[in-house]
Ligand binder design. Structure first.
Ligand SMILES: [Zn+2]
Length: 352
């Protein structure tokens, strides 16, 4: 098979951009609204890069970044092929559902690489991996903070000394965000889901299949921050440059802010200007109590072990719990909505 072939998309003509509405395989997905997929088939041969957003349907800057890449990447100036899917978890996007897919209440990013006989999310992630990721030379899954979350921009990839892990880390560094997190285990066990799923996140499942992969995060809080969109667009372009798909001199002509999408000017991100800190541990903090969450830190703050970083109170105003940082690190993401449930996620702290 020719390496640039993505069977589900059919023939791609070099030097052209294609727009398709794709029905993914899987019995649970049979009645789905088809998903938009954009193919930018370069005039010259080169690697295949698959980029998607919307694994979580309430993360909007990543979705906009993929839309914008589809409108601005010029196939005549590209070596290789870029495949773009703006929203994988379309049921969540349509219903503004954070974290999960509303059809089965499963977090899709805990059930990669999926199961063709599993629930809706498992069939969806299985299709994502098998129809797209395994045919690509590299995979970028774009995320952000979900509707009740804020975060500092960061990239995650799998830790390790094997070739795929090394290539993934090089792609993560090339993306150009302030933090790169290399992790060897799933950052969150797939608890709360049916037994035996043992699911992974997108980037880890892709790496298992031999495709170097990263998950990049920017923006959040259910909004469309222009700065986050620009960071993600530029990050993908940086990855394309790293993979030899575009040449430096052509960068400016490749990416323009389509006037239709925003009045805000994108912030220029000089790729050499970002000093990336590599983190190797991701500590997720949960509340024991149902109540009202009062964080004392913001995303991006440095925290030290034992430092009180927030409290959870009840609806009489009494404190139920004081939350202390278990580590020295940096707050990468933070729940910013006050209402929290027992065992609810409060924040993620990255550790060097
Ligand atoms: Zn996400």
């Amino acid at each position: 098979m020719h390496p640039s072939t993505i069977p589900i998309l059919g023939e791609l003509t070099p030097g052209t951009t294609g727009r398709r509405l794709i029905k993914l395989p899987g019995a649970a997905l049979a009645n789905d609204e088809p998903r938009p997929v954009i193919s930018i088939a370069g005039a010259k041969p080169g690697p295949v890069l698959f980029v998607n957003a919307g694994v979580h349907g309430g993360e909007y800057p990543p979705v906009e970044a993929v839309i914008r890449l589809g409108k601005t990447l010029d196939p005549k100036k590209i070596s290789g092929t870029v495949i773009l899917m703006p929203v994988l978890n379309l049921p969540a996007f349509r219903t503004r559902t954070p974290f999960v897919c509303p059809i089965d209440n499963v977090n899709p990013n805990r059930v990669f690489p999926g199961d063709p006989r599993g629930s809706y999310s498992e069939q969806m992630t299985h299709a994502c991996i098998n129809e797209f990721v395994v045919h690509a030379d590299a995979y970028v899954d774009l995320h952000g903070g979900d509707i009740p979350e804020a975060l500092v921009p960061f990239v995650i990839c799998r830790a390790g000394n094997d070739e795929v892990a090394k290539k993934s880390k090089a792609i993560a560094m090339a993306f150009g965000l302030p933090y790169v997190l290399t992790v060897s285990k799933p950052v969150q066990p797939s608890k709360g889901h049916r037994a035996g799923v043992g699911g992974l996140s997108s980037y880890a499942a892709a790496a298992d299949k031999g495709t170097p992969a990263i998950l990049a995060e920017a923006g959040g809080a259910g909004q469309m921050q222009e700065e986050a969109v620009s960071l993600l667009v530029n990050g993908v372009v940086n990855v394309m440059r790293h993979l030899g798909m575009i040449e430096d001199a052509k960068f400016e002509s490749h990416i323009a802010n389509p006037e239709t999408n925003s009045k805000a000017k994108p912030k220029k991100t000089a790729r050499s200007a970002v000093a990336t800190t590599v983190l190797t541990k991701f500590d997720w903090l949960y509340t024991k109590s149902t109540g009202v969450w009062y964080p004392k830190v913001a995303q991006g703050d440095a925290v030290s072990e034992g430092e009180q970083i927030g409290t959870v109170g009840d609806l009489f105003g009494d404190t139920l719990e004081e939350i202390a940082s278990p580590v020295n690190g940096v707050v990468l993401f933070l729940t910013i909505s006050p209402s929290v449930l027992e065992n609810g996620l409060l924040m993620g702290i990255g550790v060097e």
